[in-house]
Design a protein around this ligand. Structure first.
Ligand SMILES: Cc1ncc(C[n+]2csc(CCOP(=O)(O)OP(=O)(O)O)c2C)c(N)n1
Ligand SMILES: [Mg+2]
Length: 625
């Protein structure tokens, strides 16, 4: 056996540089680079290996320096989302805090089912110098380290305590990353001494490997059962989720909807699979759904879920599907999702599943009255949307007006990114996407701080697109530092920073739940009340963005915002458009409910009233059995 002597870290770098994914005959690098922040634990291990690769060109694995470890995981996830999960980055971090900073990113990746390879550094395998700086000394056992916290949020976890363990672990990691059912965060914890340890590696470990990303075919009997149910439907409704996008099923879905007349509602991850102005497109569904989608969901007798995990926002906490006899057909590559709501499961790739259904349903379509009903509901929905875009609110504009203007000025291929706050709900109802990559809202983990870092990753994934990060002041304050990385990498992203001095989202939620917006405003503590309801803080986030190296434009009205956006589009550098909006809305009208429990007993009148409302809503909640 031919071997080559390398450290564990050098071997990992060489291995990663030779991994490819392939789907539909198209190959691409599975791990095109490594994000990292060095400290003890990786500086002389993976760090040395990446340097050696760059200097000797023995492996092609570029290194990117992030500013926050959580940020680099978000950037990698955004990259992978843009690439339909066929490529992602590896992320290396130093021992202790550097590594545990990646845990939130890991949870986000796994919750969203998006691949990312994490390489936290770990304590000495030899334990020669224990306890080292940043080491957890656990009385329960000498092998417990902070990296064990990754286990709960990783789809595969391994600790490489001997060099040769890397061989099966690295292969297992690639298997999980490229499996559409299993994918998520994959963690290989790397003890710092093992990273630097030399071993004679079989050369075959480093051969070019192509990981085929499959399109599982539906079982004919399952198609038959699904079609039997669909043929009986008088009021069917499609719920298109992320699976429809990752599978690249948009052409098939559009044609299927057109042919059958089944209206298509979408989740955050599925928006854009069908363009907003398609005659069957009824918009977002659920807690923050559109009027048309939520009305159709109330009546639907058969729901065809395509690539959706039916989160509580999609089902309005199990209330949106109101027909007592509603039945489900779930086309999903994951059996976990396919069987949800007692569905007739169709376990398959979304594209192949839709093609099979289309063949079996050829010639079948909904009644003309149902098409007409859909058309009318869409008409009413347009009026609601247009009213949100033109409320003429003052003196500060309403957020919905800003979103309307943004939608106007952006092109079909431009990507809008968001994750947390009041904007995901508004976007779910109002955003008009034509392209499956144009709407990039992370709403499985809804993680504040995702937005700016994700903008970086999305731009790297497709530099030909304009990437627009929409971020609230709260989210910006949690993590804006990857602006520095955009600047250092010469990447142009537009950041629309929506300043409303607090949490519009949680403030409104708190109020609706009888908790009076407690603790949700960014204000001074009031000497009188002792609450955080004093004056607005003298915070200048525009100056902050400028200090990080971005160009900054200000807007205080919708017209100024349009002008600023035109300038930002014409710019070649990362540009932050700072716009002030009204914390108190108005927001789009709500059509769906969200289950957030209210205190059953309270000394406060507001809470007691809210609990009555809560109890009434709770009545509508059901299991779909
Ligand atoms: C990391 C993280 N912490 C807390 C939350 C809970 N949360 C959801 S939205 C929100 C406030 C967001 O504020 P901002 O970004 O200003 O958006 P706005 O609500 O004002 O639109 C909070 C605290 C979260 N989603 N993520
Ligand atoms: Mg805010």
């Amino acid at each position: 056996m031919t071997t080559v002597r390398l450290t564990t870290a050098q071997a990992l770098v060489r291995f990663l540089a030779n991994q490819y994914s392939e789907r539909d005959g198209q190959e691409q690098r599975l791990i095109p680079g490594v994000w990292g922040i060095f400290g003890h634990g990786n500086v002389a291990g993976i760090g040395q290996a990446l340097l050696q690769a760059a200097v000797t060109q023995e492996a092609d694995l570029p290194y990117y320096l992030a500013r926050n470890e959580q940020g680099m995981v978000h950037a990698s996830v955004a990259y992978a989302k843009m690439r339909d999960r066929l490529a992602t980055f590896a992320c290396t971090a130093s021992t202790g805090p550097g590594s545990t900073n990646m845990i939130t990113g890991a949870a986000l990746a796994t919750t969203n089912r998006i691949p990312v390879l994490l390489l936290p550094s770990d304590m000495f395998a030899t334990r020669a110098a224990d306890p080292v700086l940043q080491q957890l000394e656990d009385t329960r056992g000498g092998d417990v380290t902070v990296n064990d916290a990754f286990r709960a949020v990783s789809k595969y976890f391994d600790r490489i305590s001997r060099p040769e363990q890397l061989i099966p672990a690295a292969l297992a990691a690639m298997r999980v990353l490229t499996d559409p059912v299993e994918t998520g965060a994959v963690t290989l914890a790397l003890p710092q001494d093992v990273q630097a340890e030399a071993y004679d590696w079989p050369v075959a470990f480093f051969r070019r490997r192509v990981w085929h990303v499959g399109r599982p075919v539906p079982e004919p009997a399952a198609v038959e059962r699904a079609v039997r149910l669909l043929r009986k439907a008088r009021k069917p409704l499609i719920v298109a989720g992320g699976g429809a996008v990752y599978s690249g099923a948009e052409t098939q879905l559009r044609a299927f909807a057109q042919a059958t007349g089944i209206p298509v509602a979408d989740t955050h991850a599925g928006k854009g699979a069908v363009p907003w102005d398609h005659p069957c497109a009824v918009g977002g569904i659920g807690s923050t759904g559109s009027y048309a989608a939520d009305e159709l969901a109330k009546e639907a007798d058969v729901v065809l879920g395509i690539g959706t995990r039916y989160s509580d926002f999609t089902t309005a906490s199990h209330t949106v599907f109101g027909n007592p006899d509603v039945a489900f057909v779930n086309l999903n590559v994951a059996r976990l999702d396919a069987v949800k709501h007692s569905a007739e499961p169709l376990v398959a790739d979304a594209r192949l599943g839709i093609e099979a259904l289309a063949r079996a349903l050829k010639g079948w379509e909904v009644d003309p009255q149902y098409r007409e009903r859909t058309r009318q509901l869409i008409g009413r929905t347009r009026e609601i949307e247009d009213a949100c875009f033109t409320v003429g609110h003052g003196p500060l504009p309403a957020q919905t007006e800003i979103l309307g203007a943004l939608n106007d000025v952006l092109g079909d291929r431009d990507v809008v990114i968001n994750a947390a706050g009041s904007m995901p709900g508004d976007l779910q109802q109002l955003w008009r996407a034509r392209d499956p990559k144009a709407y990039h809202v992370e709403y499985a983990y809804s993680c504040m701080g995702y937005e700016v870092a994700a903008g970086l990753g999305a731009k790297m994934a497709d530099p030909s697109r304009e990437v627009v990060v929409l971020v609230g002041d709260g989210s910006y304050l949690m993590m804006a530092q990857e602006i520095v990385t955009m600047v250092s990498e010469g990447l142009k992203v537009i950041v629309v920073l929506v300043q409303n001095h607090g949490f519009a989202s949680i403030g409104a939620l708190s109020e609706s739940l009888g908790s009076q917006r407690f603790g949700t405003n960014y204000r001074f503590r009031n000497g009188g009340s002792g609450l955080l309801d004093g004056d607005v803080l003298p915070v200048d986030l525009a100056a902050n963005a400028s200090s990080l190296g971005a160009d900054v434009l200000h807007a205080t009205s919708v017209d100024e915002f349009r002008t600023a956006m035109e300038k930002a589009k014409a710019a070649t550098r990362t540009t932050v458009v700072h716009v002030e909006t009204d914390l108190y809305g108005p927001n789009p009208p709500g059509h769906g409910w969200w289950d957030v429990p209210v205190s059953q007993t309270s000394a406060l009148e507001t809470t007691r009233t809210a609990h009555e409302t809560y109890a009434a809503h709770k009545q509508a909640q059901r299991h779909y059995l």
